[in-house]
Design a protein around this ligand. Structure first.
Ligand code: IMP
Length: 423
């Protein structure tokens, strides 16, 4: 069968959870490959409404093995809480597996994330304060603690002690914060380790067995391309790669195993946190979009910044991800508008830019150049076939395809499972 990566293609919150939930129906394995509990994937299905931060969105199908891959940083408390929450809805979690290579978010990561944000003051990034950046920094610095480390009490204790020696110096001497207790943290994480031991495994082997078995595998992205550590609006980015390429690295598959990449886009743009967003609408219109689209962060409940679809950024994301198809979500949010704008290029002083600049300071100066299309002003919420969409909605979709250079294969017109049109 095929390996399909499903990736966010704007600044996160594109509605990946729903598209993954839709496609997972036929998947044997779903793997989360990057990010951590900064992600919040909303899934509405017959079990109820869920905001999954770590567990792959395929968990609701009885045949699907769900893997939290090595590229994810995991807060064990959040994972255990999420397991308990979905078990309360009678969802079977026996097919959940956590990579032994996945790094753990420790209490000092969360304290440092908050302290670093405070210290940045006006220059803050607007992180989710979940400890994501400090955990990935420790991974790169080779002092991280991995899920598999919890399975050996003695070595875990000594590793934790050596890391805490440094972290407590930083917490107390630089940030004036109380130190993290070695004994308390050790006991707490030992307990998490006992609870998680049955699901901690080497996962690359499982995936390669799946490949040999012709299994259908979905790679579940988190965040979005414009938050990528290398290609996003640095430094206003997350600390891992949400790109499809990271789907191979963060799961343990080889890059040639990925057969298809689906980029998920909202029919407009949103962003949560700081950093440039050329098409942002600051006034009444942005507020209207926020209310219609319920644009509040699934993880932090922060109001999302809203704006028109940015085709310059979309082209860039599609290239970065090698998308061969896209999914367009939240189309219904635009239903009532009389005109809809699409940003086709940027202007800085007298210069026209047709590319997404690498410097956040330049992107901040970019003025969007818009093309205006007529709105369809009728509800798309209960439409189930592509041909039945209003002609003006079809024209909007066709223009997005033309400008971004990739076919739109899925259109979502509401939060429920059945509100997806497949082309
Ligand atoms: P961090 O990932 O918590 O370090 O946050 C870095 C930036 O990424 C901030 O602007 C966050 O708001 C943003 N971010 C992180 N995760 C998500 C997500 O799942 N959706 C949208 N924005 C996110």
């Amino acid at each position: 069968m095929a390996v399909i990566a499903i990736v966010g293609s704007q600044w996160g919150d594109e509605g990946k959870g729903k598209i993954i939930d839709t496609l997972a129906e036929k998947a044997d394995i779903v793997v989360r490959f990057s990010g951590g509990d900064n992600a919040g994937h909303t899934v509405i299905n017959p079990y109820g409404e869920f905001r999954l931060h770590l567990i792959p969105s395929g968990i609701f199908y009885p045949q699907t093995t769900c893997i939290i891959g090595s590229g994810v940083v995991v807060n064990p408390a959040i994972l255990l809480q999420e397991i308990t929450e979905i078990q309360a809805y009678d969802v079977d979690v026996s097919r959940l597996i956590l990579s032994d290579r996945a790094h753990l978010i420790m209490p000092y990561h969360i304290l440092l994330d908050k302290a670093e944000e405070k210290r940045r003051g006006q220059a803050m990034i607007g992180t989710t304060c979940r400890g994501i950046g400090p955990a990935f920094a420790d991974k790169a610095a080779r002092i991280g603690i991995r899920a598999g480390d919890l399975l050996d009490d003695n070595s875990f204790y000594h590793h934790l002690k050596s890391v805490l020696d440094i972290k407590n110096e930083i917490l107390t001497k630089i940030y004036n914060i109380a130190p993290v207790s070695l004994e308390k943290t050790y006991e707490q994480y030992r307990d998490y380790g006992k609870q998680l031991a049955p699901i901690i495994q080497e996962t690359s082997t499982i995936l390669h067995k799946g490949l040999a078995n012709n299994d259908s595998i979905l790679l579940e992205g988190a965040q979005g391309a414009l938050l990528d550590l290398d290609f996003g609006t640095y430094p206003y980015v997350t600390s891992s790669s949400p790109l499809a390429g990271a789907g191979a690295v963060g799961s343990g598959l080889g890059p040639k195993e990925i057969n298809h990449v689906i980029g998920v886009f909202k029919a407009y743009n949103t962003r949560v946190g700081e950093g440039p967003m050329p098409t942002e609408l600051k006034g009444e219109f942005g507020d209207l979009m926020r209310e219609k689209g319920h644009e509040y962060g699934a993880t932090t409940a922060r109001p999302r910044r809203c704006g028109w679809f940015d085709a310059v950024a979309a082209r860039f994301s599609i290239q970065l991800n090698s998308c061969d198809a896209t999914a367009l979500t939240h189309l219904d949010v635009l239903d009532s508008l009389s005109t809809i704008k699409i940003c086709t290029s940027y202007q800085v002083n007298r210069e026209i830019l047709n590319y997404f600049p690498s410097k956040a300071s330049l992107l901040k100066q970019c003025q969007p150049i818009y093309e205006e299309l007529p709105g369809w002003q009728t509800s798309t919420r209960n439409i189930h076939s592509f041909q039945q969409l209003p002609a003006k909605a079809l024209a909007y979709i066709a223009r997005l395809e033309e400008l971004s250079g990739c076919p739109i294969k899925f259109i979502s017109t509401g939060p429920r499972r059945e509100q997806v049109i497949r082309r």
